[in-house]
Structure formats: structure tokens, C-alpha cells
Design a binder for this molecule. Structure first.
Ligand SMILES: Nc1nc2c(ncn2[C@@H]2O[C@H](COP(=O)(O)OP(=O)(O)OP(=O)(O)O)[C@@H](O)[C@H]2O)c(=O)[nH]1
Ligand SMILES: [Zn+2]
Length: 383
């Protein structure tokens, strides 16, 4: 409740701030809502109107009607046309944009978007579809951000911080050996996928190092929940073709512990990437994980894989103990049948989840994972 109040207040502050800006810069449209689409419209209008020049103050529709030209291409002054692309990486107020025709352009963010980024922290994020104006060979300005879908975000100090936008899949890479498979870790990644409404793909890599039969049961439990599980070997090429087909045309966020073979898999899926494999020392590895730069690897024929350091090793950012069972497709059907509405399915009596574990309707290992997560992390953190 307090949170809601706070965010309403923050929105009001934000609105006031931007209304001020709008007047200052002579924008012609109402700027009340301050959401991204309206903001982008306002940016267009600002461009069309020009600062302080009343004779050029026109709406986008006017400009279209009278000139027949795309108002994005600046009325009254010559400017290069807008070019569509995708943000691969954001650092401070600068971004790297990969245009649809394959140019890599270092972009600043248009002034009005910048002020949004101070208020909401995420004016432009990795994965955003944008329109940019190229100024010279390798630099430009982001003029417009398309509405987002499929975002991976976390909340810090009451504000949503988006790590990557426009994602279809969460690729959860694990290894059968070196390091050993940790199903409990897969379960954690799955919670985040569920929470962010991303389709997960679980990859068990390095399957060449073990007897695949030893992982059939783990894989089958996920498969019954409708989760795709793939046993791969970057070494032998097993299932690489299949993985490539899955990723084709999709935006995929990469996750998984260090050393499981993420770079090796990407190199195999997309020959020519030439990603460094396991050459980093322990010290360097630490450094790598603290970097905030994210990378995007385009897939031939469409689609891309995002490697965003904050996503590689998820923390359970915004998940509360009470939410976990509802985010697990195998536990969820039983939750409403427990005697106590606030049942955490740990030591309570008349718990439908525990009954389902006892007679095998819920996999015991998954339930174990659930208990560890709550007891070791979420409830402990509360104490
Ligand atoms: N046997 C076997 N080894 C593999 C396979 N895939 C990767 N490896 C080896 O595992 C080690 C780690 O591979 P990477 O691709 O660097 O792993 P990563 O997940 O990208 O590691 P970080 O960059 O630290 O996150 C390397 O020595 C690879 O050669 C595989 O399918 N089979
Ligand atoms: Zn219960």
C-alpha cells in the first residue's frame, strides 16, 4: 500500500517535472501521462515545432497532411532520415545501437529522453527497438523508443530497473558435469522466467561427459511442466542444429553459471562469433561479473542473443516467500486447496501441497528445492 502511494507520488512529481520541461521547450501537446509512447510523440512534435519558433509549431498530423512527408524527417531543416535498430548496450546516457542493416552506432539519447532516464532510470535499455538519426559514420542520436514487451527487470529503491527489453526466451544453460548439474539453480532461474513471463529453455550442456540417461528423470519433470529441455554438447555438436532453429527469429536472454559452456554454445550456434572460451583467470572472472555492459549477438537470418551480466546469475530480486509456490507450475494447482490461505507449505497442517508431494503428484526434488529456497533465502532474509 505504502509502495503504491509512493509510486503515485513519484508519478505526480515526474509529471510536474515534465510539464515544466514541455512548456520550456515549447512542445504543443499535452504531456500529462508521461508514458513512453506519449513521450516519443512529444519528441516528434518538438522536432516538428522547433524550439521557440512559433511559425514552425505544428503537430505531427499537420506536418503529414501538408507536406505528405514523414514528420520524423524534421520539417524546416534538413536532417538525415530515421534509421531503425536495436540497443545492444547502455552505459550512462550513451548506448550502442545495432541498426537493422548491421551498422554499429554509438548514440547519445535525445534530451527529452534523458530527463526521463533520470526520473525512471530506464529511458533506454538493452534490447529496445529504437529509431536513430545518424550524425556521422559511427555516431548518432536515439530519437524514439518503441513500446516494450517481455522485459527482465528488478526493483531497487522502489523503482523498476529494466535490464533488458523485448525478450522472448530465457535460455538457462547448465552443464551435466564440470560444473555438476544443479537442478535447484535451474528452479530459481525458472521462477524468474515465470515472473517475467518469458518462455524458458533449459539446456543441459556437456552431455558428452556423462551418460545422458542419468539426467532423463530431471529432464522429464520439467518436460511434464511444458518446459523445453535440451541436452547439448558444444564439443560434439549434439543438438546444436536444434538449438539454432529454436533461437532463430527470437530475442533470447542468456543465463547460467560460469563455466557451463555459454560462450561455447553461442560459438557453435553462430559460427564466426569467436567468443573467448574459458580463458579467464579467477581474478578476471570476478571483474567480468561486475561489469554492467551487456552484449547482443545477432543470429544469422534473424533474432539475437543477449548476454547481460545482471541476468547471467539471477538473484531472487523481487520474489517474496508467499509468491514462490504460485510461480511453480507443478505446485500452483494445489495452493488454493490448503486449509490456511497464507499457507507456506512448510510445516503447516492440512497442506494440499505436502499431500501432493507425499503421494507423488509433485516431484519430491522440486518440493525440496522450494523448501530450501524459502528457508535458506527468502525467510532467512526477512529475519
Ligand atoms: N566436454 C565439453 N566441454 C565443454 C562443452 N562446452 C564447453 N565446454 C568447455 O567448458 C569450459 C567453459 O566453457 P565456456 O564456453 O567458456 O563457458 P561459459 O559458460 O561461457 O563461462 P563464463 O564465460 O565464465 O560464463 C571450456 O573449457 C569449454 O571448452 C561441451 O559441450 N562439452
Ligand atoms: Zn500448503
Amino acid at each position: 500500500m505504502a509502495k503504491k502511494k509512493k509510486s503515485k507520488q513519484a508519478r505526480t512529481e515526474f509529471r510536474k517535472h515534465h510539464q515544466g520541461r514541455v512548456r520550456k521547450s515549447d512542445l504543443t501537446r499535452d504531456f500529462n501521462l508521461g508514458d513512453q509512447e506519449r513521450l516519443a510523440d512529444a519528441v516528434k512534435n518538438e522536432r516538428v515545432s522547433g524550439k521557440g519558433d512559433l511559425t514552425r509549431r505544428r503537430t505531427v498530423a499537420d506536418a503529414k497532411a501538408s507536406s505528405g512527408a514523414d514528420p520524423n524527417t524534421a520539417v524546416g531543416r534538413t536532417a538525415s532520415p530515421l534509421v531503425p535498430g536495436r540497443v545492444t548496450c547502455v552505459y550512462g546516457l550513451n548506448s550502442i545501437v545495432l541498426t537493422d542493416d548491421g551498422q554499429r552506432v554509438e548514440c547519445t539519447i535525445r534530451q527529452i529522453l534523458k530527463s526521463l532516464s533520470i526520473e525512471q532510470r530506464s529511458a533506454v535499455v538493452a534490447g529496445d527497438r529504437v529509431q536513430i538519426r545518424i550524425e556521422d559514420e559511427h555516431s548518432g542520436t536515439i530519437e524514439h523508443v518503441e513500446p516494450r514487451r517481455g522485459v527482465i527487470s528488478r526493483t531497487s529503491r522502489g523503482q523498476q530497473h529494466i535490464l533488458v527489453a523485448n525478450v522472448d526466451y530465457l535460455l538457462i544453460v547448465t552443464s551435466a558435469a564440470e560444473p555438476d548439474l544443479k537442478p535447484a539453480l535451474i528452479d530459481r532461474y525458472l521462477l524468474t522466467a515465470q515472473q517475467c513471463s518469458l518462455r524458458p529453455i533449459v539446456v543441459i550442456n556437456k552431455i558428452d561427459l556423462v551418460d545422458p540417461a542419468s539426467y532423463q528423470q530431471v529432464a522429464a519433470v520439467y518436460a511434464t511442466m511444458g518446459i523445453r529441455v535440451l541436452m547439448t554438447s558444444a564439443e560434439s555438436g549434439l543438438n546444436i542444429e536444434y538449438l539454432r532453429a529454436l533461437l532463430h527469429g527470437k530475442q533470447t536472454a542468456l543465463s547460467g553459471q560460469s563455466g557451463v559452456g555459454k560462450s561455447s554454445l553461442l560459438n557453435a550456434v553462430q559460427p564466426g562469433l569467436g567468443l573467448a572460451v574459458a580463458t579467464v583467470s579467477r581474478d578476471n572472472q570476478k571483474g567480468r561479473h561486475t561489469t554492467t555492459a551487456s552484449r547482443l549477438f545477432p543470429i544469422d537470418g534473424g533474432g539475437a542473443v543477449f548476454d547481460t551480466p545482471g541476468i547471467r546469475q539471477f538473484q531472487l530480486w523481487d520474489i517474496t516467500a508467499e509468491e514462490v509456490a504460485g510461480l511453480m507450475p507443478d505446485l500452483r494447482p494445489y495452493v488454493s486447496q490448503c486449509r490456511y490461505p497464507n499457507c507456506l507449505h512448510l510445516s503447516e497442517n492440512e497442506c494440499a501441497v505436502k499431500d501432493a508431494v507425499a503421494d507423488g503428484r509433485i516431484d519430491a526434488r522440486r518440493y525440496d528445492s522450494y523448501c530450501h529456497l524459502l528457508e535458506d533465502d527468502l525467510l532467512l532474509a526477512k529475519k
